[in-house]
Design a protein around this ligand. Structure first.
Ligand code: AMP
Length: 279
């Protein structure tokens, strides 16, 4: 695996590959890699000639400085995992390689920015689009692979691609879970043994909703789901929403695609999860 920390060097290298007719797949991450990340890489390897993974903990998408500070950064073991998985290229820049001085960024994300994660993490999606735009500009991928785990992020990135007419195809990949149902996340390492047990209420509730779903009962089902989660010790619910999968507005009888999304603090760790209820 080739490792770059300099964007110009990476860009030059990729230009050569592109001139030789190679298609480029891209998997942006913040590291602390798990099987979920590696499943995105596997998709990229299946669908493109050259796979680039980036590891960059992007400061502009954190609204809580403590969260940024304690974000795990096990770079040596990440490199090992990527080598083992046969990744072609890793881009692992320092902050000053990605940001020079105090630049401005604003993209009109409209209501996508005001809903759900946008509401609980003000500015988060501006930071996400800012860094993903930069990364796309450096890598110029044919295809980019993002996880359904961050469902709203996928809609936000697609919106940026549409608004700015970026020539990249976005692929949303399924959520990988531990055998007991917990969605894999870099943040799971912060969970204590007790937190880890209580965290299961999120996937359990999403599964229950999927099994008991009834379009005419959305309000009461949502209330029951909220109550399950609120009843779990050590878990502080932020939101549980049954939403239209296309725009994340509240789902209604006319919604063709429906997704349930949840965010909660488990102990001191904020977790998100979601499930597609109707496709
Ligand atoms: P992150 O490093 O958390 O920014 O995640 C990088 C990419 O991996 C994002 O597109 C995530 O949606 C995706 N991802 C995170 N967790 C999972 C998971 N459990 N299954 C599949 N993809 C995931």
């Amino acid at each position: 695996m080739k490792i770059f920390d300099n964007k110009q060097n990476l860009s030059n290298y990729l230009n050569e590959l592109r001139n030789n007719g190679k298609s480029i797949g891209f998997v942006p991450t913040m590291g602390a890699l798990h099987q979920g990340h590696l499943s995105l890489l596997a998709q990229s390897q299946q669908q493109t000639d050259v796979s680039v993974c980036s590891i960059f903990v992007n400061p502009t998408q954190f609204n809580d400085p403590k969260d940024l500070e304690k974000y795990p950064r096990p770079i040596e073991s990440d490199i090992q995992k990527l080598e083992q998985a046969g990744c072609d290229i890793l881009f692992n820049p320092e902050v000053n390689e990605m940001y020079a001085g105090n630049e401005q960024w604003h993209l009109d994300l409209d209501e996508l920015e005001a809903l759900l994660e946008g509401k609980f993490r003000p500015g988060h999606y501006q930071g996400v689009t800012q860094v993903v735009f930069k990364l796309f500009d450096i890598v110029k991928p044919d295809m980019a692979f993002f996880g359904q785990k961050d469902y709203q992020q996928v809609l936000v990135i697609q919106k940026m691609i549409d608004l700015l007419h970026l020539p990249v195809k976005l692929v949303m990949c399924p959520i990988l879970r531990e055998t007991d149902g917990l969605a894999m996340s870099s943040r799971n390492i912060h969970l204590s043994a007790d937190d880890r047990k209580h965290a299961l209420v999120l996937s359990r509730t999403l599964n229950w909703l999927k099994q008991n779903f009834d379009l005419s009962q959305i309000a009461s089902l949502t209330k029951q789901c909220e109550d399950f989660i609120k009843a779990e010790p050590g878990v502080q619910l932020e939101y549980f929403e049954v939403a239209n999968g296309k725009n994340l507005r509240n789902a209604d009888q006319g919604s063709k695609q429906i997704v349930a999304l949840v965010a909660a603090k488990v102990g001191n760790t904020r977790l998100i999860d979601n499930m597609i209820i109707r496709d």
